[in-house]
Design a protein around this ligand. Sequence first.
Ligand SMILES: *[C@@H]1O[C@H](CO)[C@@H](O)[C@H](O)[C@H]1NC(C)=O
Ligand SMILES: *[C@@H]1O[C@H](CO)[C@@H](O)[C@H](O)[C@H]1NC(C)=O
Ligand SMILES: *[C@@H]1O[C@H](CO)[C@@H](O)[C@H](O)[C@H]1NC(C)=O
Length: 291
Amino acid sequence: METNRRITRSGVLLRVLILAAFTVTITAQKPAPEVFTLTVPNGPILTRLNASVTLPCELSPIFNVEPLEVRWYRSENSNSPALLYKDHKIQETPVDPRYRGRVSLTGGLERGNVSLTLERVTLEDRGEYVCHVSNERWYEKANVSMNVTGSAPVLSVASGGGGQVNVTCSSEGWSPQPKLTWRNKEETEIKNEQVLFTSDSQGLLSVSSWLLYPPSDSDWLSCTISLSEEEKRESRVLPHKPGAWKEAFIVTLVLSLLLLSALSTVVCILLKHRDQMKLEQNKSGKLTVSF
Ligand SMILES: *[C@@H]1O[C@H](CO)[C@@H](O)[C@H](O)[C@H]1NC(C)=O
Ligand SMILES: *[C@@H]1O[C@H](CO)[C@@H](O)[C@H](O)[C@H]1NC(C)=O
Ligand SMILES: *[C@@H]1O[C@H](CO)[C@@H](O)[C@H](O)[C@H]1NC(C)=O
């Protein structure tokens, strides 16, 4: 009796295992589509020097890319790619030695995400990259461009004499030489010849400028540092009269405390609902920082 029951039980277990294996096989063999396309951002991906950056590239429709070949290369250099994924693994050769140890595919190939992660970005890394995905019957490629930009501009306000305030704007880490633009609340450019560039040991440029302006509690000033229309960073400041800093500080403090308590409430709610929630990914490649 005892032996019989054990046999029956393991019989059931065996059947469950076979069924499970069968299901897994069926899922894995769901055929990849005949044709596919790649989705990449329109504008350039901007990053800081020495930072890590992800160059997005995703398949549509979504399917498991593991059996396919993924090749990321500089436009001029397809034979010596930055990364080559083939035969279910990242290949050591024939890859460009400049990228060795700095590249990975971390987005999840099984979800059709072939985004390239590049670490310790150098100035040489700037440029066009090609995301190339192929199987025996079909290939698709798309360009992603990457550029290095400087830091968000830092604005400060000091007394300028004659009832005016002296607003300064500075930012570092640019190459090539960027353009600095002051604008008022109406988005009108304020002409200013006072722009100073200094170069650091890596050949990157720091830029700074100052402006005398009538103090105001409502008309902000903006400072934009740009390489092009797509490649720019902006910061804003209210040109408070220095000395009004005490009231400004107290108002800021009260607002911060209010914000903090509101935030902690939100965080509590979020934590509670964490399992039900999926956060929307921001897919915009454009980096414009505003304060
Ligand atoms: C693809 O992977 C990258 C990181 O490698 C990630 O930033 C991105 O959000 C992923 N895309 C999707 C749609 O999950
Ligand atoms: C980076 O931006 C600058 C200014 O727009 C441009 O001259 C340069 O070609 C860009 N580099 C790349 C690799 O896109
Ligand atoms: C404004 O401040 C800058 C330094 O941030 C200084 O170099 C400049 O001389 C000041 N201008 C006036 C008129 O005070």
